[in-house]
Design a protein around this ligand. Structure first.
Ligand code: 25A
Ligand code: L14
Length: 348
């Protein structure tokens, strides 16, 4: 990594944007300059970068001249509107929203799983959904070894998935309830404090939520294998950070729980945390701020011939968003791919 880059963080005042700045700084990303953009209401605000502060500017179409790399986490609409202008200016975009993930022109990348997909990118690279990322990090080594036929996953997702407004909603509702006030619901349709909502993102025509279908479609794209069948139920739980997942898989060939523990303990980005006798299992309250994807409760599914159950936890704002995006940027740099070959692919 010799060349130093000019890097922009778009959505820098948000929950993920702030973590992106922290991750870039903590990992010593080779940037000569780091710029912060957000909406007009944040113009002039300051965000921390190491022990310094960066002034936030309003995102406009022409801010990307001279920027090598932009990491976006400002929602789908902002990304759809602005990333083509970034690519047009020769700036490579790593986008955290759902806007580009299923676009055939855009690689959808988890570096531990499919870094090779970055080759031949056209200027916009998509960061997968947080729930998908932690699941594929844990399942890819098993898929490579014994071929996964079917995945049944239920998620228990933290409010930080919804950004700063999700965090503030849970905090405020807990306060309200302890003070005998009626909690106000602004971000979610129902109270999230002391409750569970089997509903993340919008409902689709098939009665699944968009979040559930993202897990289905993104997993197939990342594994480059349409033969993997996935079905998901996504729930919001009153937890601030870290998503948890109960995952059941059926495989072509048999893998014992012991073999799975050994395989996963050597897998990149995974930490096996699994010892029932010592009450050792991953929990969201204890994985905050960690880079790894934690896997525990690994056991054979005794209801079928070749099946495994496991419990997967990761920090959704780190591995699920900011860290994965920065790892993509590092991989781009390593492969000398921080350049846009056809600047107009996304501008119509
Ligand atoms: O796709 P949607 O439906 O549009 O949803 C987008 C939402 O999803 C979040 C993101 O949350 C956004 O609200 N998000 C996107 N991908 C995510 C992921 N993978 C994700 N969350 C988790 N995982 P957010 O609120 O944390 O960040 C929003 C950022 O985007 C900026 N933005 C919005 N519209 C924009 C835009 N930037 C440019 N152009 C636009 N049109 C937004 O900037 C923010 O940076 P902002 O100026 O509107 O800032 C919001 C204000 O909110 C307060 N605030 C935010 N975070 C914190 C905070 N205050 C204190 N601490 C914080 N950590 C500040 O007052 C800030 O100024
Ligand atoms: O990245 O938890 O597609 O509300 C959008 C919804 C992330 C989670 C994405 C949530 C998701 C988010």
């Amino acid at each position: 990594m010799s060349k130093k880059l000019t890097v922009a963080v778009v959505g820098a005042t948000g929950a993920v944007g702030r973590e992106m700045l922290k991750t870039l700084h903590d990992r010593n990303f080779p940037a000569s300059q780091v710029l912060a953009f957000a909406s007009a209401r944040s113009e002039g605000a300051k965000v921390p970068f190491g022990d310094k502060e960066i002034v936030v500017h309003e995102l406009k179409e022409d801010v990307f001249n001279g920027v090598d790399l932009a990491i976006f986490s400002a929602g789908g609409a902002t990304s759809l509107k602005f990333s083509p202008h970034a690519a047009h200016a020769g700036c490579v975009v790593v986008d955290n929203s759902a806007a580009w993930r299923m676009d055939e022109r855009c690689p959808l990348v988890v570096p531990e799983v499919n870094a090779h997909a970055l080759e031949g990118h056209k200027g916009i690279i998509a960061n997968p959904n947080c729930s998908t990322i932690q699941m594929v990090v844990a399942l890819k080594p098993i898929h490579d070894a014994v071929t996964i036929k079917r995945i049944v996953v239920s998620t228990y997702q933290a409010v930080s998935g919804t950004g700063q407004k999700g965090i503030m909603e849970l905090e405020q509702q807990v306060r309200d309830m302890f003070n005998g006030r009626d909690p106000e619901c602004k971000t979610y349709p129902y109270r999230i404090a002391f409750n569970i909502l089997p509903h993340i993102d919008i409902f689709l025509d098939n009665d699944y939520t968009k979040e559930e279908m993202k897990m289905v479609n993104e997993t197939v794209k990342i594994f480059e294998d349409p033969s993997v069948k996935v079905t998901a139920t996504c729930a919001r739980v009153p937890v601030f950070y870290c998503h948890s997942e109960s995952v059941n898989i059926e495989t072509e060939k048999k893998m014992t729980a012991k073999e799975a523990r050994i395989l996963l303990s050597q897998a990149p980005g995974v930490r096996v945390f699994d010892n029932p006798r010592e009450l050792m299992y991953p929990m969201p309250g204890y994985c905050v701020g960690e880079d790894a994807t934690f896997v525990g409760r690994i056991r054979e599914d005794e209801s079928i011939d070749n099946g495994l159950n496991m419990w997967i936890v990761a920090d959704n704002v780190r591995k699920g968003a900011a860290l994965n995006a920065v790892q993509i940027a590092e991989e781009l740099l390593k492969r000398d791919l921080v350049r846009v070959t056809d600047r107009n692919v996304f501008l119509q």
